[in-house]
Ligand binder design. Structure first.
Ligand SMILES: [Cu+2]
Length: 77
């Protein structure tokens, strides 16, 4: 799992926009947004840089990314 620190998200519309942007690159991605913390947790087989670019393209600013403890997302299911 990857956690992004994202600036500019303020409402459920933003949550939906970010989720859609990520799922456009990986339809099976699991996205959890914490509006109060400005955090987007993503479980995806997609590369972190691609996910970051997707969030960026949606109009939000990625301030940082933290790779989760175990990177199960990288393995084949
Ligand atoms: Cu919004």
């Amino acid at each position: 799992m990857i956690e992004f620190q994202v600036e500019g998200m303020s409402c459920q519309h933003c949550v939906a926009a970010v989720t859609k942007a990520i799922q456009a690159h990986d339809a099976t991605a699991r996205v959890q947004v914490d509006l109060a913390q400005g955090r987007v947790a993503v479980e995806s087989v997609q590369d972190a840089r691609v996910l970051q670019a997707a969030i960026d393209e949606a109009g939000y600013t990625v301030k940082g990314a933290v790779d989760g403890a175990t990177n199960r997302a990288a393995g084949n299911v």
